[in-house]
Design a protein around this ligand. Structure first.
Ligand code: ADP
Ligand code: MG
Length: 367
């Protein structure tokens, strides 16, 4: 097990081009020893590139990869002690399932007793015991991917296990089950695990902490709850949640920020941040879950038009228009939706200010 530190890392696949494009843009990141992490982000944001740099399949154009403080840039993949599971199964078709699972153990010179017990243990967890003697070629796609995962899991001496969207080819039922199993395996062995996915649900059910990646950088690293409650970049707000966070473009005004004649009060810390910035790229963000809806005028609530109501069983999504601006509220199934128009308010605690797309913390002590 190891702490993995990516230091001043950047990567371009065409660094000799006149204007190189960077798949990883200058970033620093630490995966703490023994954690269960998800690397989440849309397709093309650089997740696979980052994993391949950690395992050594790719050499970064700039920066260092450190395992427990030791630079490993020049150490080839096979000597880095990393197990990597890919999106599509990598199995030896002519070998039995047993031999496939035993392969990494034999490679490191493990004895027969150790191989028997370890292969048995992992096969049981992945429900492969029944097929141990089958040739891998005769397995279903699901089973093959389970073998592939098993090969990543059999060694208990690895520094980390990297999973690159490993459940893509698995059917939804089994997907859920395998994710739980991976979590159990993590709880049992405490190996550092990094699980790549573009699915926020998958990320939050597997990981204690999620690194959300956007255009080649980790924009936030935190618990699922932190990403939900305090998205530190508008992209995090937009990407996490269903539907994502509402953002309203606002302007500076005497009381803080305004949307036309509507005032959104700010606290002292936010006002101070506003004073020290000269940017006019200002937004307020509020999660649909935190928008309050009233059927009558209520304090500083703003009048909004009620549009489409989407009933999703246990909750509903109400589309609203605040003047020109569209936003959404997420209500419990039993909550009544006012007809025609409603009065909406945003609890101060949940109304976030963004300057140049980055969150202004409400409290200076919060990181
Ligand atoms: P993700 O895994 O998040 O979908 P990737 O790491 O595969 O993203 O890709 C990040 C960026 O790097 C994309 O713009 C992609 O087109 C580019 N890229 C990935 N692999 C290569 C490659 N072998 N050669 C050139 N460009 C690549
Ligand atoms: Mg990928």
């Amino acid at each position: 097990m190891a702490e993995i530190h990516l230091k001043s890392l950047a990567h371009s696949y065409d660094k000799h081009a006149e204007k190189p494009e960077y798949a990883i843009r200058h970033m620093d990141h630490v995966w703490e020893d023994g954690g269960a992490f998800a690397l989440l982000g849309p397709s093309g944001c650089g997740k696979s590139t980052l994993l391949n740099i950690i395992s050594g399949l790719l050499e970064p154009s700039d920066g260092d990869v450190l395992f427990d403080g030791v630079r490993v840039n020049d150490i080839p993949p096979q000597d880095r002690n990393i197990a990597q599971v890919f999106q599509f199964p990598v199995v030896y078709d002519t070998m039995s399932v047993f031999d496939n699972l035993a392969f990494p153990l034999r490679n490191m010179g493990a004895g027969d007793a150790k191989i028997q017990s370890k292969v048995g243990e992992i096969a049981a967890i992945l429900e492969l015991t029944e097929v141990l003697n089958k040739k891998a070629a005769n397995l279903t796609a699901d089973e093959k991917q389970k073998v592939s995962m098993g090969r990543g899991l059999v060694r208990d001496d690895v520094s980390a296990i990297l999973f690159d969207e490993p459940l893509t080819v698995i059917d939804p039922q089994l997907k859920w089950k395998l994710r739980r199993k991976l979590k159990q395996i993590h709880e049992k062995f405490n190996t550092t695990m990094v699980y790549v996915t573009h699915d926020q649900l998958e990320a939050s059910t597997f990981a204690d902490k999620i690194a959300l990646m956007y255009e080649g950088q980790v924009v936030q690293f935190g618990t699922p709850r932190e990403l939900f409650e305090r998205p530190n970049h508008t992209f995090v707000g937009y990407f996490i949640g269903s539907p994502g966070m509402n953002f309203l473009k606002v302007t500076r005004c005497e009381q803080g920020v305004c949307l036309g004649d509507k005032i959104f009060p700010l606290n002292e810390v936010e006002k101070q941040a506003l004073r020290t910035s000269d940017s006019n790229n200002l937004k307020v963000g509020i999660r649909p879950e935190f928008v309050h809806l009233w059927d009558k005028p209520n304090g500083s609530a703003h009048r909004a038009e009620v549009g489409f109501i989407e009933d999703l069983g246990t909750y509903k999504i109400v589309s609203l228009k605040l003047g020109e601006h569209a936003l959404k509220a997420r209500l419990q199934e039993d909550q009544k939706v006012p007809q025609g128009h409603a009065y909406i308010s945003f609890p101060e605690q949940w109304l976030m200010l963004y300057i140049d797309e980055f969150l202004v913390a409400k409290d200076e002590s919060y990181e």
